[in-house]
Ligand binder design. Structure first.
Ligand code: 26W
Length: 822
């Protein structure tokens, strides 16, 4: 065999202390009594990292030897959240670290707070990628995550007079202790230029891409440790650098400015995460990012991960490239180019292999979120890839015309190339044609993909389409975020649930146990007090420690309908003010919002300003005696989610039916004992099926009802005119009650609702308010509420991302766990 395994470390407090002090002295160059909080955090992180190293090296060594099938998860986003907590958990060091630091007079919890989370994602899609790689490691499945090491992650949100202001996220300012840069393994990627016909020495003709510029991709490796296994997989994120040699050449020709310009071009590529969630902007830099990380990843896998002599015809035995939405779909022509242009394969052979290695996950239903790249832009940046896409399309359309003779309308609809408004590549079509599987992310979403968004393709290739319902990692979102509830659960059913979340069902009988319910309630109450403390310290926001916590946290988007929740709040306020609703009858509630708006999404930003305006008015109104509070902490992120979710009583999942692909926050809340008020949308459908109607507050139109109303003509004005409570709430906003009498400030939000109301918030208002009344009544019966909360936990085991990964393995990848003896 190869190198012997490095020795396992001694897991004692004394050895931990020794290693920690060594890191502090030798790694940071400081004495304990001079060390800053950051020094201590860094030394702690390095110490923990060392304990994971044996498993990582072992994993790499075994993978090199056995060449087991690998899942390469290609994703432009990995929204990782803080690493220290997870790495302490998986290395089984939490107790030892705490004791060791205690003895040194250092608080572990203080050091945890030093870590700035890597926010390398926008929201659901990026967080899902992070949950998936955690689960694959835990399940012992060989996986490499491939993505971009953005220098700036999702912007840091601040509020100025209630308006969102974006600040750069400087997550790397103090350095990250978790990354392993490998500049010596840099990969070179081309951009621009032209394509030439060349003839090889042996007379073979081929197309040769001559790029105008090149960029180096430097891999940064991150450990992805499994829980309860010694497997540590790898996340490889690419950072763009200007190639020295290239610049030197320009320098020698005296082109100083040229050289610096090229440097900037190169290093801009991984500079910043695009903060657009669901409305692609068609920006050139974004396409550069996509091609950059995909080309680096494919080259890396073919040249560095596979053995030198590997016969690429057998590639499908070794890998599935899972495409996380369309962002990495340029991988398809890139692999074709690698095989046809660089290795001289025939088109047929190359396409045969290509069609067996890619699978595509779609994460949306909104037509405007489907990526489309104008051919002018794509052809300028990647001329050879555009040729390859045209050729793929040509052959595909030939096949279509054979299958559907004379049906040119169908051919036009299905073409990879759109002709209007400009000629452009439809990335979802390319992914569907090239992929051997296409999946949606919840049962309803996959049905709608099959029957609506991609129905022509599903008719042609029914066996290609499948569903894998999303999931979340129970390690981060239950075990780490909610230690007290985890302790209670483990006391009741053992700790097997952390790796096999279906075991939560064993809690069911305890929902009938009054003593268990009391303890469950006490934990929720304590979590609320802790959350209140965090809000005070982090944001200076004061909330009651014991009010109902009603939470709506997700990106700000019209389809998610933050305005619907806002209308409910305003209506409560208006009815209390008018005397229609006696104050004493209102349950004390904190309405928590967390939401970032895409910087260019003007209406979303106006909605944020309106929520903040309503919040300041309500929070300052002494006549409410503090019963209603609106808390909108800025910069909602994974770190805050881990504090909020364990404290929540009510989870708001109120998108218009048929618009939210899945949702994953909904799962995190249910697993932490919040009840859901929600529409029949995304994974809410499955949550309700599992937890039971009696433990879920359903409201609103169903997807078919939405379609009917759309078809028959929807008039928001008519709804407004016919519902006095709704009218009064909207009129109160219009009157300037939340803007110091200014009637114009919030006018655009009102106009959008009364004008088009694209997402039918008004149509669902009555049903929503009625459901909120049921919430109030039920919450008053605290024994019934606790029973339902426990049943939500007991019946949500299905929503583990471990289960999602097993489904991907069975339905898509054919990859298998590889256990390591250790
Ligand atoms: C700028 C282009 C763009 C387009 C779409 C950027 C990002 C997207 C994502 C697809 C948005 C996203 O995060 N979608 C969410 O994916 C989650 C994980 O599957 C689902 O739970 C959410 O319902 C879906 O909105």
């Amino acid at each position: 065999d190869m190198t012997p395994p490095v020795a396992a470390r001694e897991h004692t407090v004394e050895s931990f202390t020794r290693e920690f002090l060594r890191e502090l002295n030798f790694g940071r160059g400081v004495d304990l009594d001079r060390a800053s909080a950051n020094d201590k955090y860094m030394a702690l992180a390095r110490t923990v990292r060392h304990y994971l190293m044996t498993g990582w090296l072992e994993t790499l060594r075994n993978q090199y030897r056995d060449q087991a099938k690998v899942v390469a998860y290609l994703s432009a986003e990995f929204l990782l959240g803080r690493q220290l907590d997870n790495n302490l958990l998986t290395s089984n060091l939490e107790g030892i670290a705490r004791e060791s630091l205690d003895q040194l007079g250092i608080s572990l919890d203080d050091l945890r707070e030093v870590e700035i989370e890597p926010g390398l994602g926008n929201g659901g899609l990026g967080r899902l990628a992070a949950c998936f790689i955690d689960s694959l490691a835990t399940l012992d499945v060989p996986c490499i995550g491939y993505g971009i090491r953005y220098e700036y992650g999702i912007f840091k949100q601040a509020f100025v007079d209630g308006h969102q202001v974006e600040k750069p996220d400087t997550w790397l300012a103090l350095g990250s202790p978790w990354e392993f840069p490998h500049p010596e393994n840099a990969v070179t990627v081309g951009f621009g230029g032209h394509v030439e016909d060349v003839t090889d020495e042996d007379g073979v003709k081929r197309r040769d891409w001559v790029p105008a510029s090149v960029v180096n991709g430097v891999p940064y490796n991150y450990m992805v440790p499994g829980y309860g296994t010694n497997r540590v997989n790898t996340l490889r994120l690419w950072s763009a650098r200007a190639p020295k040699a290239f610049n030197l050449q320009v320098f020698n020709e005296g082109g100083y400015e040229e050289a610096v310009k090229n440097q900037t071009f190169a290093e801009n590529i991984s500079k910043v995460l695009y903060p657009e969630d669901s409305t692609p902007q068609g920006k050139e830099l974004r396409l550069q990012q996509q091609y950059f990380f995909v080309a680096c990843s494919i080259a890396d896998f073919l040249c560095n991960v596979l053995p030198q002599d590997f016969d690429l015809h057998r590639l499908p035995d070794r890998i599935t490239w899972q495409l996380n939405d369309t962002h990495p779909v340029i991988a398809v022509p890139e692999l074709m180019r690698q095989l046809v242009d660089l290795r001289g394969w025939t088109w047929e052979d190359a396409w045969g292999v290509t069609q067996k290695v890619f699978a595509y996950t779609c994460h949306t239903l909104l037509p405007e979120a489907l990526e489309v790249w104008p051919v002018d832009l794509l052809g300028k940046l990647l001329p050879r890839h555009l040729e390859i896409i045209y050729r793929i399309n040509e052959l595909f359309l030939e096949e279509l015309r054979d299958t559907y003779p004379g049906d040119e309308l169908k051919v036009r609809h299905m073409s990879i190339i759109a002709e209007h408004p400009v000629r452009a590549v439809r990335m979802a079509h390319l992914a569907t044609v090239a992929g051997f599987k296409v999946n949606g992310v919840a049962a309803l979403h996959s049905e709608l993909l099959r029957d609506k968004v991609l129905s022509d393709f599903a008719q042609l290739w029914p066996e290609k389409f499948t569903n894998v319902t999303n999931g979340v990692t129970p390690r981060r979102f239950v075990r780490i975020a909610n230690p007290s509830m985890s302790g209670l659960v483990t006391e009741a059913i053992g700790d097997g649930w952390i790796k096999d979340l279906s075991q939560l069902s064993r809690l069911e009988p305890l929902a009938e146990d009054a003593e268990f319910r009391r303890r469950f309630r006490d934990i929720k109450a304590a979590n609320k007090v802790e959350f209140a403390r965090v809000l005070k310290e982090r944001d200076g926001i004061e909330i009651a420690g014991d009010a109902m916590v009603d939470a709506m946290v997700k990106r700000l988007h019209e389809y998610k309908r933050q305005t619907l929740k806002l209308l409910h709040i305003v209506s409560l306020y208006q009815r209390i003010g008018s005397g229609a609703l006696p104050l004493e009858s209102v349950t004390p509630r904190t309405f928590v919002f967390g939401a970032k708006a895409a910087p260019g999404y003007a209406l979303a930003k106006q909605i944020i300003a309106l929520i903040n305006a309503v919040g300041s008015t309500i929070n300052a109104d002494a006549s409410l005696e503090g019963r209603l509070k609106v808390a909108f902490p800025a910069n909602y992120n994974v770190t805050l989610a881990e504090k909020l979710i364990p404290a929540a009583d009510l989870s708001e999942q109120i998108s218009l039916a048929g618009k939210e692909a899945s949702g994953t926050g909904n799962m995190k809340f249910a697993l932490n004992g919040a009840l859901t008020i929600g529409t029949d949308d995304g994974a809410n459908v499955e949550i309700r099926e599992l937890v039971g109607d009696e433990n879920f507050f359903l409201f609103g139109m169903s997807e078919p009802e939405v379609a009917d109303l759309e078809a028959s003509g929807y008039s928001p004005e008519a709804v407004y005119a016919s519902d006095p409570d709704l009218k009064a709430a909207i009129d109160l906003i219009s009157s300037g009650a939340f803007s110091g009498g200014d009637r114009t400030l919030h006018e655009p939000v009102i106009a959008a609702l009364l004008g088009e109301d694209r997402f039918m918030a008004l149509a669902d208002f009555r049903s929503y308010v009625d459901a909120q009344d049921r919430v109030e009544a039920y919450y008053g019966d605290f024994e019934a509420w606790s029973r339902s909360a426990i049943l939500n936990v007991a019946r949500s085991g299905f929503f583990s991302s471990d289960r999602s990964m097993v489904d991907y393995m069975d339905r898509i990848w054919g990859a298998k766990p590889v256990k390591q003896n250790f």
